[in-house]
Design a protein around this ligand. Sequence first.
Ligand code: 5GP
Ligand code: ZN
Length: 119
Amino acid sequence: MAGEPQPDCLFCKIVSGDIPATVVHETETTVAFRDINPQAPTHVLVIPKAHYPDAQTLAVAEPQIAADVLNEAGRVAAQDTIDGTGYRIVFNTGSGAGQTVFHAHAHVLGGRGLNWPPG
Ligand code: 5GP
Ligand code: ZN
């Protein structure tokens, strides 16, 4: 069924607690945790607890949860006090764009200057 945990999904295992993560905030529908390979002083991943392979499938199936992910991204930025200096929310979508984990996730990046456009 859409949204159900997938046995081979790394981020479903973080949701279930089978794989540990440094969780910075959790809600009924989302988990926010620090990226294991940070690309900026703040690099947090915000994921829906429900499994959808990317941002688009999440937004179509569960628009409220997609909004929850965005809301949490802003909350995490405020918690890490990068909201004043600016931060970036990234959804890599598809392997050609660098997506490696096919459970929807927002990268929240900040705490340093961020070039535009990104590489
Ligand atoms: P993507 O490349 O799919 O946009 O992002 C996946 C992100 O997940 C990468 O930035 C990678 O560093 C992070 N990641 C991969 N495995 C783990 C893990 O086991 N724990 C955490 N906290 N992050 C992970
Ligand atoms: Zn998953």
